[in-house]
Ligand binder design. Structure first.
Ligand SMILES: [Fe+2]
Ligand SMILES: [Fe+2]
Length: 374
């Protein structure tokens, strides 16, 4: 399973990743052959992987601390969330006495998470250059000192009473920083009033009209999220299946039949509620599984479905993060679930031709304003 692109350039971590991929590959082969036939080996491999992952995360976090990695907290949260997911699967496998269904569900999740995490998040650790960060920080700090000095000089030139100038200088220095983040947020959360409630696929996928709401009101949903969906899908498929930016485009009509497809829903909770539904045609799922696990399945079984759940989880979190940042709301994703297609028309339907198949994304979002107490 190991590929050269997984290498992050830190030898002790790369060796541990190789071991994780080797053992995961072993588990995948056993599961694909027959869980029942290899039941005891599957159990010992799963237990080994659980213990080894915990040790690896501790070592990797130690390394990140040693280089003062800027995204340490966020990375650690990803490790912790994965451990919780593993423990959840462990409970289910124990309850089901490690039957084929529960072991396949664990394996599909494991492979997909591992490929994405090592290729995306761990790669960023390898690319992090503490010296470069230090230099950038020093340059920023120097600029701040120069700006403060010029403010001080300007204030000294004014004929204000002695004793006020230092106070004024402090105000001048502190206000821009305090205002700038607020200003950025206000700009980013500029809402769009264009409703797409009744949009048909062609309109929803192609529309990009947005308008500024008056009075700096909070963002209204119902506006176009095509770009965020595009970026989220691109990020994930580029990492998972080496699909390049040029290969993915928005389309308004899908030539493929969606009769043979799988729909997975990722619900949102928090200040934003609603859901994103991802619909994958089966031929595309087979190509994704080949890219991830190096085999072409005959059909979409428990293992492939579990991999698709994790993939949808990753895409959903990516899109949710973009919406939260752009529109100034907090939202979390819930675990993906398999659904029959909704009868209702979504707020937005976005069709992306990925080069290996068309993914349909249906979005329904509502924001919940905080309660106002008078
Ligand atoms: Fe990691
Ligand atoms: Fe890692």
């Amino acid at each position: 399973m190991w590929k050269e692109k997984f290498r992050i350039g830190v030898s002790c971590i790369d060796l541990q990743h190789q071991e994780l991929f080797a053992k995961t590959g072993e588990l995948l082969r056993e599961v694909n052959d027959s869980v029942d036939k290899h039941r005891d080996t599957c159990i010992s491999t799963i237990l080994f992987l659980k213990g080894y992952a915990v040790k690896h995360f501790a070592d990797e976090e130690k390394y990140q601390k040693s280089i003062r990695y800027v995204n340490f907290d966020e990375h650690k949260k990803q490790h912790e969330k994965f451990i919780r997911t593993v423990l959840d699967h462990e409970q289910k496998m124990l309850a089901a006495d490690f039957d084929a269904k529960s072991v396949k569900a664990f394996t599909g999740m494991l492979v997909t998470w591992l490929v994405y995490h090592v290729t995306d998040s761990d790669q960023k650790v390898g690319q992090y250059k503490p010296e470069a960060a230090q230099a950038a920080w020093s340059a920023q700090a120097a600029q701040a000192v120069l700006a403060a000095q010029s403010s001080q000089a300007a204030l000294s030139a004014l004929s204000s009473p002695a004793g006020l100038s230092s106070q004024a200088a402090r105000s001048t220095q502190s206000s821009p920083a305090g205002l700038s983040s607020h200003a950025v947020r206000s700009t980013q959360s500029s809402p769009a009033a264009q409703s797409t409630q009744s949009a048909q696929p062609s309109q929803a996928a192609m529309s990009s009209t947005s308008t500024q709401a008056p009075g700096g009101l909070p963002a209204e949903f119902g506006h176009n999220h095509s770009d965020m969906v595009y970026r989220g899908v691109l990020d994930t498929l580029n990492t998972m299946a080496d699909i390049e930016q040029d290969s993915i485009k928005l389309v308004d009509i899908c030539e493929e039949t969606f009769a043979d497809s799988v729909a997975i829903e990722v619900a949102l909770s928090g200040e934003v509620t609603g859901y994103m539904t991802f619909v994958y045609p089966v031929p595309m799922i087979k190509k994704l599984i080949f890219a991830l696990m190096n085999y072409v399945p005959d059909n979409v079984g428990e293992l492939e479905l579990s991999a698709l759940f994790e993939l949808s989880n990753i895409v959903g979190e990516n899109i949710c993060g973009r919406i939260s940042r752009a529109e100034g709301f907090t939202a979390d994703t819930r675990p993906p679930v398999l659904i029959n297609m909704h009868d209702e028309t979504p707020d937005e339907r976005i069709l992306l031709d990925t080069g290996i198949g068309v993914i349909e994304t249906d979005i329904v979002l509502e924001h919940r304003l905080p309660a106002v107490h008078i």
